[in-house]
Design a protein around this ligand. Sequence first.
Ligand SMILES: Nc1nc2c(ncn2[C@@H]2O[C@H](COP(=O)(O)OP(=O)(O)OP(=O)(O)O)[C@@H](O)[C@H]2O)c(=O)[nH]1
Ligand SMILES: *[C@@H]1O[C@H](CO)[C@@H](O)[C@H](O)[C@H]1NC(C)=O
Ligand SMILES: *[C@@H]1O[C@H](CO)[C@@H](O)[C@H](O)[C@H]1NC(C)=O
Ligand SMILES: *[C@@H]1O[C@H](CO)[C@@H](O)[C@H](O)[C@H]1NC(C)=O
Ligand SMILES: *[C@@H]1O[C@H](CO)[C@@H](O)[C@H](O)[C@H]1NC(C)=O
Ligand SMILES: [Mg+2]
Length: 436
Amino acid sequence: MSFSKLFFTIFFHFLIFLTVNSIDDSDISIDPNGYLLYCPCMGRFGNQAEQFLGTLQFAKSIDRTLILPPFIEYVDYKVTFQPFENIFEIDHINEYHRVMTMNDFLKNLSPLIWKHENRSITCYDSRHFSTNNNNKKEGCNPFEGSPFKEFWHHLGVQEFPLGSLYYKPLHTDYNYANDWRQKFRNVTVLALVGAPSSFPTNSAAVKLSKYIYFTKNIMEKANKYRMDRGFGQKPYLAVHLRHGIDWIRACELIHSNPDLKQLFSSQQCLGDKDKQHRWLNNRITFDLCYPSFEQIIDGIKSSIQSYNNQDEVKRNEKQPIQHIYIATDLNNESMWLDLNQTLAKHFSSSSSTLTLITPTLTLNTIDGTFSEYKKPSPHFLIDLYLLSHSNSFIGNCISSFSAFITRYRLYRLHFFHTTHFFSFHRPNSVHLRDEL
Ligand SMILES: Nc1nc2c(ncn2[C@@H]2O[C@H](COP(=O)(O)OP(=O)(O)OP(=O)(O)O)[C@@H](O)[C@H]2O)c(=O)[nH]1
Ligand SMILES: *[C@@H]1O[C@H](CO)[C@@H](O)[C@H](O)[C@H]1NC(C)=O
Ligand SMILES: *[C@@H]1O[C@H](CO)[C@@H](O)[C@H](O)[C@H]1NC(C)=O
Ligand SMILES: *[C@@H]1O[C@H](CO)[C@@H](O)[C@H](O)[C@H]1NC(C)=O
Ligand SMILES: *[C@@H]1O[C@H](CO)[C@@H](O)[C@H](O)[C@H]1NC(C)=O
Ligand SMILES: [Mg+2]
């Protein structure tokens, strides 16, 4: 055998060895501490994203690999699923704790460690449901109700032959981590009926937003939309305006409960019940949830002024904001026309141009020109991205959709001075800044 033949033989053996080895390593390595699987069965995106952070923290505390569930979306009242990895980068989350995609789990691990006959479902205590003949059905009843049934069926799970395990009296809280490890040490794949996180989640979990990165796919779609709407490369103020009929109905809870201390994501403004932000004595007011027209104008005026009054803008090192992007749950064109008129009055002397970009209209408030945008309104993830990355932002204190953006801006991007809320003047809170 010539030297070169020998060399290639060795070389190819080496290659084959590497390949086999890498299959062993990446596909068949099993976490000896087990896995955590759950249904993000509560609420829409804002809730699911917030409970994801609490769940990630919980998975780390019980030291199990977290299987990333798809986000559950409701399209025309139908339950649909978006793979987690289509929206957020998993590599960055892995820097904090071991996670894997649902697809990887189902394809590579489920046949080994989560065989049909080996599946159990876990919940706090029996979730009772009446059967046809009025018998109570004991157990976690993971298929009862929407989106529970759709979720497990989407995963290809029709049954949990080992039945239900209850975690009562434990709570899904990292303070109980040792008890969880003990109690479920024999359960390789711990499948939970709901997210093991409170809503709103705790302030330590909120900071895990620093591991949240949008995928390139979302970024590109959002930037393409931004170009399409004529404010690519331009600094902009983004406002999140929740004023749909369902939202207003939820806000009414404040009128009927004047002593309310917390509502949905109010803690992003008012702090949680624990020691943090204790100096904030703020009450939940109706305006925080549903700002008046005047309060919307005030918010827009003051955030644009505070941005445009920066020294860098005055020295022409930074462009001023001349675009306002409106993301909303209700495209009320007559309101956009009112905003156009009122903002024109306020800005006519100070600005050469100010453009309002709404789902269907682009309005130049100063010269009066406008155009219609005939394509469909953007998917909420495009709004979410553009709100999150805007040069200045005004959100809604109560909304969990706004809360995603607030967390992302504060803990991932460190945009403190440009993150605002309607009807709320955040005190110059040194504490918040220290947390970054
Ligand atoms: N495209 C778009 N959709 C929005 C916007 N705001 C809210 N939505 C939609 O409304 C849903 C609101 O639900 P969440 O994400 O839970 O946020 P929330 O503000 O707590 O609202 P509720 O669930 O109604 O209490 C989102 O998931 C979106 O589908 C927006 O600015 N743009
Ligand atoms: C379940 O998994 C265990 C090991 O994890 C195995 O010993 C057992 O045979 C499996 N099947 C059933 C029905 O429990
Ligand atoms: C595992 O532990 C749980 C809770 O202690 C118990 O109820 C269950 O029967 C055990 N399962 C197996 C397969 O040993
Ligand atoms: C739309 O906005 C106008 C005023 O700008 C308001 O009078 C009207 O009630 C709004 N419509 C809805 C459905 O909220
Ligand atoms: C927007 O406001 C300006 C200033 O009042 C006005 O000239 C213009 O007609 C308005 N645009 C529309 C489409 O109503
Ligand atoms: Mg919600």
